[in-house]
Design a protein around this ligand. Structure first.
Ligand code: BT5
Length: 275
């Protein structure tokens, strides 16, 4: 039995001190993808948070799948309206990815205080080297402007055998890693509070950059990334909250990799000595 209780909109919203994110909350027992609900033409107001207990077609980035047994995760999408057009603006996809990552780390740690989740660029939250959560930013034109969905999946109650075999030991959950009993309601509520904090208008990009770096694997990694069918090798040197990860390429020159279109294929920490 994975879900001791269904998430309920009233419980998530009770006494929540938010200005924008989560002013309205919907919990669905099943849907194709919460991102689709958040992006729908008639999807409601800015800041709406959509949760689902089960997704029949949950998705990751670049056509990949996101899978979770019923009632095991916090699966959430937040609807933002009037999103700017360009990646380089304050609410572009890079900023939304960073804000969501920081919010997930803190929400996960609030439910499992013995864990220190870390951020792995571009969009993973990791515990003990395994993926705990992922972030998917999508947007589309709607009558009256551009809508964005910040989609977040956090593995909460899964036991090791609940992950599909193709995840090959690469995924984990709060339950699998923590000694504490895990409360999905705590994760859901804290997630909205932290998103609301980081998505204030205008966002504090300096603080967001620092918060992301504080929770991330250190800069100075040698990485292998793929973007638009091309592979790049280089060393991470900085994070620009609007443009993405800045990499000193092995072949010369610096390049910014935006989180929406880049896949990390491998990384090693250059400064590490010994085993
Ligand atoms: C992501 O993509 O990590 C974004 C995941 C976003 C999921 C949320 S749930 C609410 C909202 N509605 C949606 O339909 N999606 C969002 P990406 O970096 O492309 O990683 C996808 C890869 O993660 C897959 O190819 C699998 O290898 C792996 N994966 C799938 N399910 C997983 C899980 N439950 N835990 C850990 N890894 C998983």
């Amino acid at each position: 039995m994975l879900s001791p209780g269904m998430l309920c909109a009233e419980d998530i919203g009770r006494g929540l001190e938010v200005r924008r994110i989560g002013r309205r909350i919907t919990v669905l027992s099943e849907t194709e993808s919460t991102n689709d609900v958040a992006l729908a033409d008639d999807g409601g107001e800015d800041g709406l948070a959509v949760f689902a207990e089960y997704q029949t077609r949950g998705r990751g980035r670049l056509g990949r799948r996101w899978s979770s047994p019923r009632g095991a995760s916090v699966l959430c999408s937040v609807r933002l309206l009037d999103c700017p057009r360009t990646a380089q603006s304050s609410f572009g996809p890079a900023v939304l990815t960073l804000a969501a990552g920081v919010a997930v780390c803190d929400a996960a740690a609030s439910a499992a205080p013995d864990l220190s989740p870390t951020l792995r660029w571009p969009n993973d939250v990791v515990v003990n080297g395994k993926k705990l959560a992922g972030v998917l930013i999508e947007s589309c034109w709607r009558p009256g402007g551009r809508a964005c969905a910040i989609g977040i999946g956090v593995n909460c109650l899964q036991q090791r055998g609940h992950f599909e075999r193709d995840l090959g030991g690469l995924a984990t959950s709060l339950e699998a890693e923590s000694r504490h009993p895990i409360c999905r309601l705590t994760v859901a509520r804290r997630l909205l509070v932290e998103l609301d904090r980081w998505l204030a208008d205008p966002p504090d990009l300096t603080a967001l950059r620092q918060a992301w770096l504080d929770r991330a694997e250190p800069l100075g990694q040698h990485i292998h990334v793929r973007q638009g069918g091309d592979d790049f090798l280089g060393t991470t040197v900085d994070l620009d909250p609007t443009a993405g990860l800045i990499v000193q390429l092995d072949g010369g020159g610096r390049r910014a990799f935006d989180p929406a279109t880049t896949t990390l294929l491998g990384s090693t920490h250059i400064g590490r000595t010994g085993p």
